[in-house]
Design a protein around this ligand. Sequence first.
Ligand SMILES: O=C[C@H](O)COP(=O)(O)O
Length: 264
Amino acid sequence: MAPATPSRKPLMAGNWKMNNNHLEAIALVQKMAFALKEPDFDAVDVAVIPPFTAIRSVQTLIDADRLAIQYGAQDVSQHASGAYTGEISAAMLAKLGCTYAVVGHSERRQYHAEDDAVVNAKARAALAADLTPILCVGEGLEVRKAGEHVAHCLAQLDGGLEKITADQARRTVIAYEPVWAIGTGEVATPQDAQEVCAAIRTRLADLYDGGVADEARILYGGSVKGGNIAKLMAQDDVDGALVGGASLDPGEFVKICRYRDLPV
Ligand SMILES: O=C[C@H](O)COP(=O)(O)O
């Protein structure tokens, strides 16, 4: 497919998972803010995705220091409000200034039995509140070994995008995260990442139109580090990364955000 155009600004999103209390979160964002300069933000969108309990602190710091760092949540309720103990609504996250909400992360699918219908309901709830969903898809090792990874990811994509309009799909971020590469140090090869990201873009063109496919950002996630990001970003259909472990290290995450300075 066509190479990344200026309309697809790369996005580097750090998913902190269940790490960092609100004080640690402030310290981490401060360290990132100290290292990142204005031109970095012209080249790439930088986002942190802290646990719910740290979002308010991150918002306060980012607002006070007028930082260009975006932020979001790791999950969102499919429900608007009411008796759903423990849930956080999209409207609550929007009120906290969140830009993104991750939906369908493999850890939610695996440990919380979230299926495509739930993932889709969460994506639609996020979009209704003007949040940008980061919709995750990805295959496990068995599926990969069986050679069914593309079909598997496209089925998750179809399910996740059910009843989502073209305008909504245009601003949705898709993250391809092969489960076998998450937290294992075993990164997908750039060709593996490109194969699935290209298939996702082609499916977006089929489901909607070429405009949606051209504009929607597709991220790769799974053991991304400073040492492998440049090769991944050299792929036509990889528009950024959803970074787990390496986003907890400000030096490493800044290196990832500055992938253009790294040798391919
Ligand atoms: O959301 C992030 C992914 O699960 C990747 O995590 P990782 O970079 O630690 O492999």
